[in-house]
Design a protein around this ligand. Structure first.
Ligand SMILES: [Zn+2]
Length: 399
């Protein structure tokens, strides 16, 4: 028979203590690690209350306190301990699957990336993810009972009303599938799903180039092209999850047919595939984006030209985005971000030409800081969103 939950009278000293503990735990869940002074600032709790809670929860092994360095001086970093739970992040890309296992301070304990055929079946993709999760748990000498959240990123719009993966997706096998439900069934735990560019925006805003921005757009320039919009600190997904599908902005009515069925979308001009297709006739097969950037830096005229034109085309779409959304920061991520100034210089030139001056003067364009891992880290953050596992653990282990 299940224990009946103990009723806690609102306003009683016990409920206040629990509420303060929960406040502190949530602050650590969002930030990863904080000093006691930072906890007091973030939560508004008195420093003495913070140190009491830290002492109590570390005695119950729910948080750990360790020495760290901050601005050149030694501080005590407080974080949620491994025994408070673990989180899994899954990132399905065009031709890869990446899985990470992290503790609640978002420290990655184990990680694996495997190639995956872009025409794979959903069940095969999820079986592979499940196999990797077990391998990572074994590597970290733990098991599935410790996993309290799983977040998954897919390169497609996700309709949060129905859970369905929308079109266009770079992974055709997933379109129409209720990804969260199917993944939860296959993996045996609750899985939260979101679009890959949204997860990139979330991770960059929390740990990378988007820190401190009020409203930001994260652009993923890879095999597919998309944007994650974070407005007032919240992801803006739109009615059916297609907000930020900047890759399907029409650039040329009679351009190449896009995978979405339209013609001349931005993605048909600037995806990694489009860049390589333009350069391969002159440079031979087997060219990579890393190779194109290296050649351009060595002065190769056609590689420089194609990257600059890519920046110009993205710049037109970014100018429209700035005019309509007026963000304070744009973070450029995805494989093409490696081109750096080779892309950004022409993007700025175009932005200045097409953007409304007041929107352009107040926007910052920066390169993503988390590289290829931003989607994966975003998936980890998503895995813990809404879940209150540690709060549950606090109640469970209450003395
Ligand atoms: Zn399209």
């Amino acid at each position: 028979m299940q224990d009946r939950p103990r009723r806690v009278r609102p306003g009683s000293p016990t409920s206040l203590k629990k509420a303060n503990q929960a406040l502190l735990v949530r602050a650590l869940q969002v930030a990863g690690a904080l000093t006691q002074a930072e906890i007091a600032r973030v939560t508004g709790l008195a420093p003495s209350t913070v140190s009491n809670i830290v002492r109590e929860l570390s005695a119950r092994d729910l948080i750990t306190v360790s020495r760290a360095e901050q601005h050149g001086r030694a501080v005590q970093a407080v974080r949620l301990s491994r025994s408070a739970g673990l989180v899994v992040g899954i990132d399905f890309g065009h031709r890869h699957l990446r899985v990470a296992l992290a503790d609640l301070a978002y420290e990655v304990l184990a990680e694996e990336r495997v190639p995956l055929d872009d025409g794979h079946k959903v069940t095969d993709g999820l079986s592979e993810a499940g196999r990797i999760i077990d391998a990572l748990l074994a590597e970290a000498e733990t098991d599935r009972t410790h996993v309290i959240g799983i977040g998954m990123g897919l390169p497609a719009p996700i309709d949060l009303r129905t859970g369905q993966v929308g079109a266009p997706s770079i992974l055709p096998g997933w379109v129409g599938v209720d990804a969260a439900t199917v993944a939860s069934e296959r993996l045996g735990a609750a899985v939260r799903v979101d679009n890959d560019a949204n997860l990139g925006a979330l991770a960059e805003a929390r740990w990378g180039a988007g820190r401190g921005a009020e409203s930001l757009a994260y652009l993923k320039l890879s095999d597919g092209v998309g944007a994650g919009l974070l407005i007032g600190g919240q992801l803006y997904r739109g009615r059916s999850g297609t907000a930020g599908e900047i890759g399907h902005v029409t650039m040329n009515d009679f351009g190449p047919v896009c995978r979405c069925g339209n013609r001349g979308c931005l993605e048909t001009l600037v995806s990694t595939g489009a860049v390589l297709d333009l350069l391969e006739p002159g440079h031979g097969p087997g060219l990579t984006i890393v190779g194109v950037v290296a050649l351009a830096r060595d002065g190769d005229v056609s590689c420089r030209r194609v990257l600059a034109d890519t920046g110009h085309h993205v710049g037109i779409a970014v100018a429209n985005l700035c005019n309509v959304v007026n963000p304070d920061r744009i973070v450029i991520g995805g494989e093409l971000a490696q081109a750096g100034d080779l892309l950004l210089d022409s993007m700025w030139h175009t932005l200045n030409r097409y953007g409304i001056p007041s929107a352009v003067q107040t926007v910052d364009i920066v390169l993503a800081e988390l590289g290829a891992r931003s989607q994966l880290l975003g998936a980890l953050a998503l895995g813990l969103q809404g879940a209150d596992p540690v709060i549950a653990a606090l109640v469970r282990t209450a003395p």
